[in-house]
Design a protein around this ligand. Sequence first.
Ligand SMILES: [Mg+2]
Length: 332
Amino acid sequence: MARLEVVKEIFDLRSSFSISRSVKNSIEVVRVEISDGKYKGSGECRPYERYGETPDRVIAQIESARASIERGLSRQELLEVFNAGAARNAIDCALWDLEAKKSGQSVWHLIGGKGDVHPVATVQTISLSSPEEMANSARGVGEYKTLKIKLGGGEEDLLRLRAIHEARPDVKIVIDANESWSFDQLRRFIDQAQELGVYMIEQPLPKDQDELLANYDAAPIIICGDESIHTVDDLDDKGELYGMVNIKLDKSGGLTHALEMVEKIKELNDKGKNIQTMIGCMVCTSLAIAPHILLAQNCDLADLDGPGWLKKDRAYGVKYQNGLVMPDKLWG
Ligand SMILES: [Mg+2]
């Protein structure tokens, strides 16, 4: 009989993290541990308001499956019991970690990975603020080759971009508008985006308006789907609207389904689509980043700076060096 433990934990941020719809000074995560008496597997999720999740609701969801988890629910059965989301992610990752420890093999090898897990080049996020403050932040992260700029809608966005481009003409820029633009604004931005160093725009439009992207050619700028694409079904419905998809385990509901998404993108590309894979994260601890680092071994772009925002990460967490995130030994 397995034993399940579920706890909510709060981590303070070293500076506030702002995007179009929220400002955070701390984050609340849910940690799941599943032990079989001899080995213990851990997983972490970050319940997200945008998707109707709170820590308490996610904990209640996990508790509702306590009996079946403790009876030995498998990862495949988990996909049938839970919808995609944070709760499923924490359980799925705990089950992977437990499997790895029981088998004496790393998760990387269990998912078919060869050789060692390599450090991954990650973007550095610049939190939403005034143009001057954002330019200052951009100057302060000299070791990163790609910056991800959080924008908030409104005409000031162009001033923000200009200030950052002037401060760091040496970097590539990706924008994350977090659903805050109108289609009209997107079209006006695209005209100037390329000369400001931008090569990708993440989730410019609200999730329910992304159909407007059909027949719209933003090339050479890539439009990436985040809030719009959580699962394989979403890829079927809307994948072709986007040139890149941001896969995050809190959206896919775990590593198991995220691997299915990676396969689905390959399949779509084999049929002539051209969808790049981005691996992204919420602001989270190193426990949640570890499975993302595995997924990111073969991706086109990685946004794995989450733990870098924490005042204090978990012990033995990831390290950041020269724009790379180094694998940690916390999980898997
Ligand atoms: Mg995003």
